[in-house]
Design a protein around this ligand. Structure first.
Ligand SMILES: NC(=O)c1ccc[n+]([C@@H]2O[C@H](COP(=O)([O-])OP(=O)(O)OC[C@H]3O[C@@H](n4cnc5c(N)ncnc54)[C@H](O)[C@@H]3O)[C@@H](O)[C@H]2O)c1
Length: 483
């Protein structure tokens, strides 16, 4: 594993087909969450450069959209090959920049190559339709409507830090396959990984300008990009408050938002506890809980609560804590502010008499996995997304109480229900307000060809490969009026 941060690189931005320094003359330092030192610098792109990138994307998009689907697909296939060829280098960048375990980072790169290839195939297999005019009263057989999908123009792809390659490519690949130009804004912490991913794309010889990568301060270019008249669609993944802000700033363009969550694991008294414990552990603690679909609260039937908690405790205490270079499950959080935030939620719960089962230990931004029992509705941790390794357990008397608590949350990303009675599982699943309900499994985004969506404060619109292609294109109807 390469881990060389001794030579600090200043990375260029990819603007209108060229890797270059910003005219701002300013850079942003990227600090590794676990090395706790600067590992590189990225460009602070200016508003003028954003204008130029958007204009170049519009120009390039016209001829890009005229390429055949297979020609566009061939570039993307090469991109997937390039990612695989450079998986170790990119995985190292992800590990150092966002503190993800090396093996998981490598899996993220491989998963991304698979996602790109599937996106190509899905785009090749999308079909339009034709409509007969006489299908409506008074209509004529001589009227024939042809419905095709056409690009939207230039798509703005904004990604979060936690899957800096996969969540970016899951926007860029469908946008390009649908015939759009792309402006990609990575999370600041995630920029180096995003740059490495776009370097791989640029090596495919993609037409100049069709994609630009704008690194920069949210305060300087964030709102500017979102409000820009040259942007025709925004695909955003990130926190709910940023998403809400975006939806207020953007005007009259399609918006897909994948936001935060507070996914509950509902454990009924007839659950197979082996399955429940394994799924909850994996769902709640991998990558220190920094996953949108992490299990963020357990709603367990009183009858099995003590047994579940003692089994969870035993597993939590076995978790590996330390460095992503050793593939520890529990790693330092993205920054000190994030750790302070999670600590605040733990402190609030303990002040209000939650039971500390295990954890609540901290070294800088490394928080040990923390299990809290007897959490009540008065505690912040019952409702707020921690994005860290703390799991609150709330006792309930019935399925109805669990469903009511699940639905009282402002979020509605996913939920899990554990029971051995399929009718009961489906009954709970039907009533829980969430984009996806997992029966006897952990909450998770994949497989990437499934629709992925959040309801309420968890999002708007649908991702997943097929749905992303649909949301990044629109219908165009041509009507033939025959003699
Ligand atoms: N539902 C999902 O698919 C999903 C997946 C992963 C993460 N998330 C959520 O993301 C959050 C963690 O990620 P984060 O901390 O990177 O989120 P964040 O909201 O802080 O940032 C997300 C992105 O938005 C950018 N941004 C910030 N202000 C902006 C502005 N004014 N205009 C334009 N862009 C702006 C950031 O630079 C970053 O690229 C969590 O809440 C998590 O649940 C959701």
């Amino acid at each position: 594993m390469a881990s060389n941060v001794s030579e600090l690189t200043t990375y260029n931005a990819f603007l209108a087909g060229e890797w270059k320094k910003s005219s701002s003359g300013e850079t942003i330092a990227i600090k590794s969450p676990y090395l706790r030192e600067t590992i590189g610098y990225v460009q602070a792109v200016t508003q003028d450069e954003v204008d130029q990138a958007i204009q170049a994307a519009h120009e390039a998009q016209k001829s890009w959209a005229l390429l055949s689907l297979s020609e566009r697909g061939a570039y993307l296939e090469r991109w997937a090959d390039e990612l695989e060829k450079n998986d170790k280098e990119i995985a190292t960048a992800i590990m150092q920049e966002v503190g993800k375990g090396y093996n998981d980072a490598r899996k993220e790169v491989v998963r991304t190559a698979d996602l790109i290839r599937y996106t190509v195939q899905e785009a090749l297999h999308l079909h339009g339709e034709s409509l007969r005019g006489d299908g409506f009263p008074g209509g004529s057989q001589k009227k024939l409507g042809i419905v095709e999908r056409v690009p939207l123009g230039v798509v703005l792809a904004i990604a979060p830090f936690n899957y800096p390659v996969n969540l970016s490519a899951s926007k860029i690949a469908p946008a390009l396959m649908a015939g759009n130009g792309v402006i990609f804004k990575p999370a600041t912490q995630g920029s180096i990984s995003g740059i490495k991913m776009v370097e791989a794309l640029s090596r495919t010889g993609l037409p100049k300008g069709i994609i630009s990568l704008t690194t920069g301060r949210g305060s300087v270019i964030g709102d500017y990009l979102v409000e820009h008249k040259g942007i025709n669609m925004i695909s955003f993944t990130g926190g709910s408050s940023t998403g809400r802000h975006l939806s207020q700033q953007s005007a009259m363009i399609p918006l897909v938002l994948e936001l935060g969550g507070k996914d509950p694991a509902i454990v009924c008294e007839d659950a197979d506890l082996d399955v429940a414990v394994k799924s909850i552990m994996n769902g709640a603690f991998s990558y220190s809980g920094q996953r949108c679909t992490a299990i963020k609260r357990v709603l367990v039937n009183e009858k099995v609560a003590d047994e579940l908690v003692s089994r969870l405790k035993a597993e939590v205490e076995k978790l590996t804590v330390g460095s992503p270079e050793d593939d520890s499950t529990i790693v330092p959080l993205i920054d000190d502010k994030a750790a302070d935030f999670v600590q605040g939620l733990i402190d609030d719960a303990l002040d209000k008499n939650a039971t500390l089962v295990t954890g609540n230990k901290r070294e800088d931004n490394l928080l040990y996995p923390t299990l809290l029992d007897n959490v009540t509705e008065e505690m912040k941790v019952a409702w707020i997304e921690p994005f860290g390794p703390v799991l609150p357990v709330i006792h309930v008397q019935s399925d109805d109480e669990a469903i009511a608590l699940a639905n009282k949350s402002e979020f509605g990303l996913q939920a899990s229900v554990f029971t051995q009675d399929i009718d009961r599982a489906l009954d709970v699943a039907r009533q829980v307000e969430a984009g996806t309900v997992q029966i006897n499994g952990r909450t998770e985004r994949g497989p990437d060809h499934f629709p992925f969506l959040g309801v309420k404060a968890s999002g708007m619109g649908v991702q997943g490969i097929h749905n992303s292609l649909i949301s990044m294109s629109r219908q165009k109807v041509t009507v033939m009026n025959l003699k």
